[in-house]
Design a protein around this ligand. Structure first.
Ligand code: M6R
Length: 611
């Protein structure tokens, strides 16, 4: 979704803003713009399309002299992606400029009020309303800071705002509610940004803005105020990853780089949490008594993170014998969920900023539930608002299609499951030890899976021109299929569906015809025979079957499938951790064959910060 960057300092702002925006490109966008202040005026350049257009248009920012400014990549919500609807938006008198991430829900009502007073609007956006309302209150108060507070009291919805005022040179005002925004403390300069990737080149010291806060940035100081306008002190955090982690490093695509990083990412997730053969979860406050008093467990998330929860349900119910409900965050928040202080809600999110997931967390908290979150981005909103947070340590994930974050989330959820089983005594010591030993082998086994990439590429070259694909499986393989299917459709634009194999005969099998591709997931040993029967059924109706199974299942599957991919044998609960990688690679190579924009698929954003 929209990306924001702002700079105030001694250097020329425009090239810094353009570079910052280029690092936010991964969030997904359809237009971009910058506004730079200098000589008592604000100059805006903005355009539909790629950032390279903006860079060309401004000669790398050279046409916009000035030492303070704001930049924006827009993911359209209100109004089509075009030059006018792009940010920054100027007030009618051109004295105030603004960038916005989020949605102003009551913008129509405010717009009507301003129209009645003769204000003219240039765009169709909700965001421009904020710029015009600022001008309105600025004229009344002659104080831009006061005007900002008046606007914040008037608008409803979600926002991260960066504001410039021509009368206040060398100053940026920032405000936040329900949309990510951080402050960067530089040496003689200061920044605002949607996330750290935009500014890490310049500073590692950041403060995370909280809802209701307003910040005033000058080159030498950042002062933050609470919702009442009282000055407050903010904690400073140091970003602990290198800028190279957010660069391609010789790979053609971030997605491929991130798949290749999975073994290492898993080692970082697992390694520090095992001591003397036992799982230890840092600063984790859930006790055996809490667990025993729990009537049910919820897992709430969106997209791939939700699919992690779907895998987790099978493993948790099997090992803990506690009912698990996996819910989409966007549904959970509106379904009047049955929760109390005896409910544990596990929230899963790579970004830690997904708006629906954040809202679900708040809903659960308000109803007394205890929140444990699995998050990748350190210091993100979800991490900050949870009772307990466990980080996946996957490092920055740039490709829109998640890969290493999914794998580390899955592994961490498995580790939490084992930890709980140990606490509750629902797993015997011998089995526990065996599983903990086995989970430590997963990164090495994953290396073996990655070594098959040429074979996977070959199958992708056979099937890339199919326009409909079905992923079928039972139990853990069904949950795995959900992720395999999403991966394929989001980056290759091929229609695909995931089905529990047993459901095929209840309707879907009518879609199987000569040459339909069915990806038959058959890694789960106890149901291998059933999986085989489904393969035979779809083959009999003309389908091409690409099977994914374990090394020990290969011989059986090879008899009926058109092609077979394998993963090393492992304990059942860890099979999806291995099985997902061939599916990620398959999606990647199919999209590569089709010439798709793999890292930034159409219409998608990395971090979904609007409803
Ligand atoms: O950052 P989150 O984990 O909360 O994001 C959730 C989904 O938006 C995300 O997993 C999405 O489905 C991915 N693009 C899938 O690859």
């Amino acid at each position: 979704m929209c990306g924001i960057v702002g700079y105030v300092g001694k250097e020329q702002a425009a090239p810094i803003l353009l570079d910052g925006l280029s690092r936010l490109e991964y969030r997904g966008y359809d237009s971009a713009g910058v506004c730079v202040g200098g000589d008592g005026a604000l100059k805006v350049a903005k355009t539909k399309g790629r950032l390279s257009n903006l860079s060309e248009m401004t000669h790398g920012g050279g046409d916009l002299p000035g030492t303070f400014g704001i930049g924006h990549t827009r993911w359209a919500t209100h109004g089509e992606p075009n030059d006018v609807n792009s940010h920054p938006h100027l007030s009618q008198d051109g004295r105030i400029a603004l960038v916005h991430n989020g949605i102003i829900e009551n913008y129509m009502e405010i717009k009507e009020m301003l129209l009645e007073k003769g204000v003219q609007f240039a765009s169709e956006t909700d965001s421009e309303v904020v710029a015009q309302l600022l001008q309105y209150y600025y004229r009344k108060t002659s104080d831009i800071f006061q005007a900002v507070y008046k606007v914040l009291h008037r608008i409803e919805g979600a926002y991260a705002l960066g504001i410039l005022c021509a009368d206040k040179p060398d100053q940026i005002i920032a405000a936040r509610k329900d949309a990510p925004l951080l402050l960067g403390h530089g040496d003689g300069c200061a920044f605002i940004a949607s996330d750290a990737t935009a500014i890490i080149k310049h500073t590692r010291e950041v403060s995370y803005m909280e809802d209701g806060e307003v910040a005033l940035l000058t080159a030498d100081r950042i002062q933050v105020y609470n919702a009442l306008g009282d000055p407050i002190e903010k904690e400073r955090h140091v970003i602990d990853w290198e800028i190279s982690a957010a660069e391609k490093g010789g790979y053609e695509h971030f997605m491929f780089k991130e798949i290749m990083e999975e073994p290492e990412a898993l080692r970082r997730t697992i390694g520090p949490r095992i001591r003397d053969g036992r799982i230890e979860l840092e600063g984790f406050s859930v006790t055996a008594d809490t667990l025993r008093s729990m009537s049910r467990l919820y897992i709430v998330a969106c997209g791939s993170s939700y699919h992690v929860g779907m895998v987790g349900k099978y493993n948790i119910e099997k090992l803990l014998r506690i009912p698990v409900e996996v819910q989409l965050a966007s549904e959970f928040r509106y379904c009047d969920p049955i929760l109390d202080e005896k409910t544990l809600v596990i929230i899963i999110s790579q970004s830690g900023e997904t708006l629906d997931t954040m809202a679900a967390l708040r809903e659960a908290k308000a109803r007394g539930a205890r929140i444990l979150s699995i998050v990748n981005v350190v210091g993100s909103s979800i991490a900050r608002e949870s009772d307990d947070v466990l980080y996946t340590w996957a490092g920055p994930e740039i490709a829109v299609a998640t890969t290493k974050a999914y794998s580390t989330q899955l592994m961490l959820l498995d580790m939490i499951t084992l930890y709980f089983a140990d606490l509750l005594g629902t797993v015997d010591e011998k089995t526990y030890r065996k599983l903990v030993t086995e989970l430590q082998t997963i990164p090495d086994k994953l290396e073996k899976v990655l070594a098959q990439k040429e074979k996977i590429q070959y199958f992708a070259s056979q099937y890339f021109n199919h326009d409909s694909v079905f992923f079928i499986g039972r139990n853990l393989d069904f949950a795995l299929g959900l992720e395999g299917s999403l991966k394929l459709k989001e980056i290759s634009y091929i229609h695909s569906e995931a089905y529990a194999s047993g459901e095929l005969k209840h309707g879907t099998i009518s879609l199987i015809e000569d040459g339909t591709l069915v990806v038959a997931l058959s890694t789960y040993g106890p149901l291998l025979d059933k999986a085989m029967s489904n393969v035979v059924e779809v083959r009999a109706r003309g389908a091409d079957v690409l099977a994914l199974t374990t090394e020990s299942g290969e011989e059986a599957l090879a008899k009926n499938a058109t092609g077979v991919l394998t993963v090393p044998d492992t304990a059942e609960m860890f099979l999806p951790s291995l099985g997902v990688v061939p599916l990620q690679l398959f999606a990647y190579y199919v999209a590569l064959q089709k010439g798709c924009d793999i890292d930034k698929p159409r219409n998608l954003a990395k971090s979904v910060t609007v409803e």
